[in-house]
Design a protein around this ligand. Sequence first.
Ligand code: FCB
Length: 450
Amino acid sequence: MNRLSARPAETFLWGVSTSSYQIEGASKADGRGPSIWDTFCQQKDRIANGDTGDIACDHYHRFAEDIALMRDIGVKAYRFSVAWPRLLPTGRGHFNEAGAAFYDRLIDGLLEAGIEPWLCLYHWDLPQALDDEGGWLSRDAAGWFADYATLVARRYGDRVKRFATFNEPGVFALFGFGFGWQPPGVIDADAHRKAIHHVNLAHGAAVDALRSGVSNASIGVIHNMQPCLPASAALEDLAAAERLHMHWNQAFPDPQILGYYPKVLADELAPQIAPGDMARICRPLDWLGINHYSPIYARGDKTAPLGYAWAGPPAGMPQSEVGWQVQPDAFRDILLEASKRYRLPIYVTENGTGGRDQLDHTGNVRDQHRIDYLNAYIGAMETAMAAGADVRGYFVWSLLDNFEWGAGYGDRFGLIYVDYPTLRRIPKASARWYAERIAQKAARRSAEKP
Ligand code: FCB
């Protein structure tokens, strides 16, 4: 169901995205409880260089400066996530006023700067205390999440209208429970399946909580959608790519938006699915958020719990500095397919590229590679739109260099360089390029107006 009436082209929204654990730091400030990422970062050999999110970009204390940077770029929307363990240090029960007040300051600052807050409830930082009670492997997680959503709605719903339930459930379910690369570090097919269904139930329950708690809310969910390709033409690799596609691209958006699981997954999930569950999961949404970076690959592996393994892109493909394939046509195709399949207005809630950006001797960061990437990908999006994809906005990942999960601080995705020893922010060439691009589009639109 589409609750937004068609928006005229001139309201196309340009934004930037971040997430709580990746930028906030202040991991123990003002009563914040530990999340599963805090725990994971303490474990040996989990994160490159032993990095943690303890300090990150210290956005918790420097948010005003970061809002000023956004205003300079000229974005009209900022997508961020709320850290569940700041509001509820143990996930449920005790409410932490001091943590909640941080998001009041952030939201008020954004509104004053004329930037619309886009609030995501969950970008992977589950309170550790809930994981100790079973986390996403417990069916109770849906109720915990709905209670947290109710609290967020009550607290911020007077000023925030744009809400997403989850960021990339396909990614954290697969990496957290199938491959063990992210917390809670489980590698087990049955756990992976349970996590899929419970996160889906949590999504549906949170949509209802937000809908009843916020008047005029515009509610969506954010999925990472990439073509899933076989590492070779071998039959077992073809089958592996199909399974990866099901887990990555379909296991969440299909039940959430279309009301059913892919057949194979429905059979595998049968023991988990209680009567009424599919209706609990499939709640009316206003928009679909798509995060896109590059095609991904799988190869058959009978020894792996899921029956397949992750594979790198074939040799000879254009790649980013951090080894992700660069293929703008894939973005165009994903947008067209998703628009046709899900029939919701689409916002590109993440797109961008990583690099080993450095300050040069003049104190600047000349990230031409990022300008080239963004130029090509925004072009591909516009091609998709001209061919009928209903895309309403685009958010660059990311505003700032930040904690890139298992890769730590080595992979830089920001428009703004962060000098970690001093936490100084330095806009890269790409920030200036994005600012000009936004300004040009705005100028062209006003010239076109009768
Ligand atoms: C996405 C994540 C985001 C960031 C980018 C590079 O999958 O949502 O947090 O790590 O990748």
